[in-house]
Write a protein that binds this ligand. Structure first.
Ligand code: F6R
Length: 243
């Protein structure tokens, strides 16, 4: 696991954005695994700017998102489908047929998970972008999830719902379930770029960088992956003495 220590969110977004942008120019038909939440927004802004500056094109890029809430429609601003259009896809030349986001309609959840898993089985994700939850979740793989898990319907922990309530009017509006890519599928990516910044991520970074691998802290499995870059900042590393 390589750790890049940046000054702040802005610098971390730039560094992680450059890694992804360079990979797109080297391999125009790259397959990207994408994340939502606050962490990747700066990276997406960087990619949009590189597209506008004609440095990269998304014409042949394929994407697979990590997760989607159950119980809110795709037209709802809090859905991850909406998020991805708002923060990336509507600003670049991606072919929307190449975009994959779990379809989390309550009427067909099992079927959606099965289909998403099958699609991932037939694909190699070149770069998987990850954020990290305060409880160590990656995607929505909450603590105690098996490292062998494939795409599934997850019950979100109270901690995750609490952390994400900032995107909703109240905690009662935060969905209790989501579909998430499983840890096994995340680990199949050729390269993983994890971005973690700010003091809210300090405990998570301390646990991640302790090196202990345990299902109590799902992101710890990343130590077993051969090509992980953690792009982080001073605040997130404030409890880590060795960096
Ligand atoms: C989002 C996702 C989550 C987030 C994590 C951190 O698609 O998979 O694992 O990356 O909850 O969220 P932020 O970036 O909002 O702190």
């Amino acid at each position: 696991m390589k750790v890049i220590k940046c000054k702040d969110y802005k610098e971390a977004s730039q560094i992680a954005g450059e890694i992804i942008s360079k990979a797109i120019s080297e391999r125009p038909n790259i397959v990207l695994g994408l994340a939502t939440g606050s962490s990747p927004i700066g990276i997406y802004n960087h990619l949009i700017q590189d597209y506008k500056d004609n440095k990269i094109s998304f014409k042949d890029v394929k994407t697979y998102n990590l997760d989607e809430y159950v119980g809110i429609g795709r037209d709802c601003p809090q859905s991850y489908y909406y998020f991805m259009n708002e923060h990336l896809f509507d600003h670049i030349d991606i072919n929307k047929n190449n975009v994959h986001i779990p379809y989390a309609d309550p009427s067909c959840l099992e079927e959606s998970c099965k289909r998403y898993s099958e699609e991932l089985e037939n694909t190699v994700v070149d770069i998987q972008l990850l954020g990290i939850g305060a409880n160590g979740h990656i995607g929505f793989n909450e603590p105690k999830t098996s490292f062998e898990q494939k795409t599934f319907i997850v019950n979100l922990t109270e901690k995750t719902r609490e952390d994400n309530k900032r995107f909703f009017d109240s905690i009662d509006d935060v969905p209790t379930k989501a579909i998430t890519m499983g840890i096994k599928e995340i680990m199949n990516a050729r390269k993983i770029v994890l971005i973690a910044t700010g003091k809210n991520k300090a405990l998570a970074m301390q646990k991640l960088l302790s090196g202990e691998i345990t299902t109590d802290f799902p992101a710890s499995i990343l130590h077993k992956h051969k090509d992980v870059v953690v792009v982080t900042d001073e605040e997130a590393l404030s409890l880590v003495n060795t960096l």
